[in-house]
Design a protein around this ligand. Sequence first.
Ligand code: SAH
Ligand code: SF4
Length: 390
Amino acid sequence: MNAPISQDYLTVPRKLPLSALTNIVGLTRDQLRDALVAAGTPEKQAKMRVGQIWQWVYHWGVRDFAQMTNLAKDYRAFLAERFEISVPEIVTRQVSADGTRKYLLRIAGGHEVETVYIPEESRGTLCISSQVGCTLTCSFCHTGTQKLVRNLTAGEIVGQVMVARDDLGEWPQPGAPKDETRLVSNVVLMGMGEPLYNFDNVRDAMKVVMDGEGISLSRRRITLSTSGIVPEIAKTAEEIGCLLAVSFHATTDETRNKLVPVNKKWNIETLLGALREYPRLSNSERITFEYVMLDGVNDSDADARRLVRLIQGIPAKINLIPFNEWPGVEYKRSSWERIEAFADIVHKAGYASPIRTPRGEDIMAACGQLKSATERGRKSAAQIAAEASA
Ligand code: SAH
Ligand code: SF4
């Protein structure tokens, strides 16, 4: 494994002091309005104040009430005594040889999550986390070996986007000509955790990120990836309306039960039923089927043919993900010839079948490799020794 080309360690306290202030980041407009009124802002003014504060925080990236110059000085002081504008702290930032950046972020309680920025020629994708760890135990996923520690708050989810924009210097400069090129042009909920097991916070966070007077990412530039939490899929269409990706990974229930054990609760047929409804409910085009290529497990020609039969009638793209290995895992990546042969069958059946280029492998930033160092520290000495020798 290559050494990362740069790694900054910033000094932050191990535990953040608990704050008595209300964090503005992550509140929806309605929640912010209610919080301002509860703190004593006159009802008549509240809507206007929300608009002003919103623009400072999400359009200009301001973190200090003192800079909100269209608010009266005493109102700025009033806000500073009751509210804060707080985002997760960067503990480490690693930059891969291919330009991918991985941030280890510390959140309240001393927990850590990872966020990955992937620059490409015509876009930049930010892969954000929705939970610390995961309750699910997909057998090929590094995050799945880590217990769920807690759901992220909406503020911690929006905060990941804000931290990346800070680090990339992406907030607009007052007076500068409007720059239409966006560094963070797309957001994917494909980091740590199952976003549909933290539905309300993910929804509220995406509402903030999509708001046209702030970060202003269109719902078509946000992709939520789920392992297949069927009851939440229609809600995602109706309440978020973003693009959907599904971690499909197998074409029989027998194999999917092993790879994505939540399949025992909602099997392939039930999942496909919910997916068939998604494009209509969300008024979006197609669903991305993610399919991790595991040598000898799910990668045969017969699998490819079964896959296209199963998804018949669903507008879809099949994203083939070469498996990214991690210490101690029992699976191997399929060979390139196998992946290409599989892609060919899917493609000939009329579906786009891009093979996802692994990014940031040298810094363990690729899909399914995320896992936070502190939580790793909770394992037994024997597990750590086994990982180290693997
Ligand atoms: N929990 C959600 C989102 C996070 S995982 C979900 O499961 O969809 C994002 C994608 O990476 C999923 O498709 C997941 O199955 C895949 N993945 C997990 N571990 C992987 C690995 N080691 N190599 C390649 N892809 C992996
Ligand atoms: Fe959780 Fe997704 Fe990993 Fe499965 S693949 S363990 S749902 S993060």
